[in-house]
Design a protein around this ligand. Structure first.
Ligand code: PEP
Ligand code: MG
Length: 579
């Protein structure tokens, strides 16, 4: 048995056998298979060599005419190695001797050859090192690709263990079979974590070497509440966790009883709870969990999911489907927030050096007007179907906001000319997720109908801590006094301008922050739908007066540690004395 510690990003406990996904870009971890599985691994290896050879041959046939002699040479070398029976034998011998996975055995032998080549004085040979790495990558792509196919054809429940997962990969998991997630990389507010939470799949990230420690088929426990993963649990631990998991399910059922009760403090202050969604079908889940509307629809998932740019009709259909579940409840559609961790950099012609500070979000849309206008047209057309609001992400200055509004005005004019109906009074708001926006909130408030605070990015940009980087995850803390001061300033600016302000970052789904946020004045929170009942329970257990006192005290602290300790003690006390 081995316990590894990470960050619990999606609550719940699951006990299951593991499937391990590797990534070609990373060193394949040393992993073994049970003796009975060795012949299967040899077969996978054979197939990968066959498919890789076929791939290069096809390339030669279809593109060969366009290549100069240097390129022809490179591919000839690749084919030479891929057809080399001795190389294949060397790899399968190692695999059989040590019971290694095909991936690991191939990687060891090829890296060995590369190392050997690098040390020879003959430049023709030493220059072939990059070819060997290329061949390794090609083979791994086939081997790992076959594992990725496994995940699309699951027939039994599993825990997925991976170095990292993209948000779209996570979103494509079949929840019926993927019952837990454990990754080496990631942070609490990475989009993979957010998607796991929305889907209600227990997840632990930032485990650093889970992929090296877990072998396919191992029994693992993913404890998303405590942020631990237990590999090969002993009998006693297994029993302990089985009853813990049963208690967690019971707790969830108990919380579901709150679904139809109002989110109101003990002294009568109503708090509006809304859902954050990535896909239209989640609107229904939000409704079932007691949400009053959608506070954040992350529409970029429409884009990330498809293999083509979504058409106006596809946008429109997604918005119409979302509205269908909600009827009168308001739906805040955020315009495309592509970039950073939501636009895999390898899709770009020139990957950015620093994508979180790069051409992302509203900046990307303002540089790619056809994409932006297509979406705005679809939102405006859907605006007659329900109560829709438009929200622009990552606004950092007033000019950017004005530009975005001009585009909306232009699209409105086009629709008018074409006689297409839309709601001319559609509310427009912005996300406040940078210190720049927070500090100029008074100016911005004059030009919008509402603010929505994206604490995930606000914390990242205020504290200069990458939200997806596990090595600095301990520095990512919404309780930092700088963040709390900014929240207060944003609230005051919205209040002065008499516009709505709500919070839609993950901070609004963490129980210890709820009394503080209410105490700071926030009465609208938008969060992952499965978390709504738990947050409602906190709200129904506390008074507004108590929250105000707590917020006043919190703002006197000068360290995030002091704040977080205080908030944790307070929430325990509140829940212990719940009515
Ligand atoms: C945020 O930044 O807090 C937010 C809600 O947006 P996203 O998580 O999609 O960046
Ligand atoms: Mg954001």
């Amino acid at each position: 048995m081995e316990i590894i510690k990470g960050i619990g990003v999606s609550p719940g406990v699951v006990i299951c056998s593991a499937i391990v996904l590797d990534a070609e870009e990373f060193r394949v971890p040393r992993r073994t298979v049970p003796p009975a599985q060795v012949s299967q691994e040899v077969q996978r290896l054979r197939q990968a060599f066959h498919d890789a050879t076929q791939e290069v041959t096809n390339l030669q046939i279809s593109r060969g005419d366009l290549w100069d002699n240097n390129i022809k040479d490179i591919f000839a070398v690749h084919l030479h190695f891929l057809r080399d029976k001795t190389l294949r034998k060397q790899i399968s011998d190692l695999l059989k001797q040590e019971n290694y996975t095909a991936e690991y055995a191939a990687s060891v032998i090829l890296r060995d050859i590369a190392h050997h080549f690098a040390q020879t004085p003959d430049t023709y040979i030493s220059e072939r090192v990059t070819d060997i790495y290329d061949i390794e990558k090609r083979l791994l792509r086939h081997l790992i690709g076959s594992r990725r196919e496994d995940i699309d054809n699951l027939t039994e429940p599993v825990v997925v263990v991976a170095h990292d997962l993209t948000p779209t990969q996570t979103a494509s998991f079949n929840k019926k079979f993927v019952n837990g997630i454990a990754t080496d990389a990631g942070g609490r507010t990475s989009h993979t974590a957010i998607v796991a939470r929305s889907m209600g799949i227990p997840a632990v990230v930032a485990l650093s070497d889970a992929t090296a420690k877990v072998a396919a088929g191992d029994t693992v426990i993913v404890d998303g509440n405590r942020g631990t993963v237990i590999i090969d649990p002993d009998e006693a631990t297994l029993r302990e966790y089985q009853s813990y998991a049963a208690a967690a399910v019971e707790h969830e059922h108990m919380l579901d009883e709150l679904v139809h009760l109002p989110a109101v403090t003990t002294d009568g202050i109503n708090i509006k709870l809304m859902g954050n969604i990535e896909f239209p079908y989640e609107a229904e889940i939000t409704l079932k969990k007691g949400g009053e509307g959608i506070g954040l629809y992350r529409t970029e998932f429409l884009y990330l999911e498809a293999d083509h740019e979504p058409t106006e009709e596809e946008h429109y259909q997604a918005y119409a489907d979302t509205i269908k579940s909600f009827g009168k409840g308001s739906i805040t559609i955020r315009t495309l927030d592509l970039g950073a961790d939501k636009f895999t950099q390898h899709k770009r012609v020139n990957p950015e050096r620093n994508p979180f500070l790069g051409l992302r979000s509203i900046r990307y849309c303002l540089r790619n007007l056809p994409i932006f206008k297509t979406q705005i047209r679809a939102i405006l057309r859907a605006s007659v179907l329900g109560n829709i609001k438009i929200m622009f992400p990552l606004i950092t200055n007033v000019m950017e906001l004005r530009q975005a509004k001009w585009i909306v005005a232009e699209v409105k004019e086009d629709l008018e000319e074409q006689g297409i109906e839309f709601d001319d009074t559609i509310p427009m708001g912005i996300m406040i997720e940078t210190p720049a926006a927070a500090l100029t909130a008074d100016d911005l408030a004059d030009e919008v109908d509402f603010f929505s605070i994206g604490t995930n990015d606000l914390v990242q940009y205020t504290l200069a801590v990458d939200r997806v980087n596990e090595t600095v995850a301990s520095l990512y803390n919404p309780a930092h006094p700088a963040v709390l001061q900014l929240l207060k300033q944003i609230y005051n600016a919205a209040n002065r301008a008499k516009i709505d302000v709500h919070i839609c970052g993950e901070m609004a789904s963490e129980i210890e922050f709820i009394p503080l946020l209410i105490g700071l004045g926030f009465t609208e929170l938008s969060l992952a739908p499965p978390m709504i009942p738990e947050i409602k329970k906190v709200i129904r257990s506390v008074s507004y007066e108590q929250c105000k006192r707590l917020a006043r005290k919190t703002l006197t602290f000068d360290t995030e540690k002091q704040t977080i300790n205080y908030l944790r003690n307070e929430i325990q006390e509140i829940l212990r004395n719940e009515p």
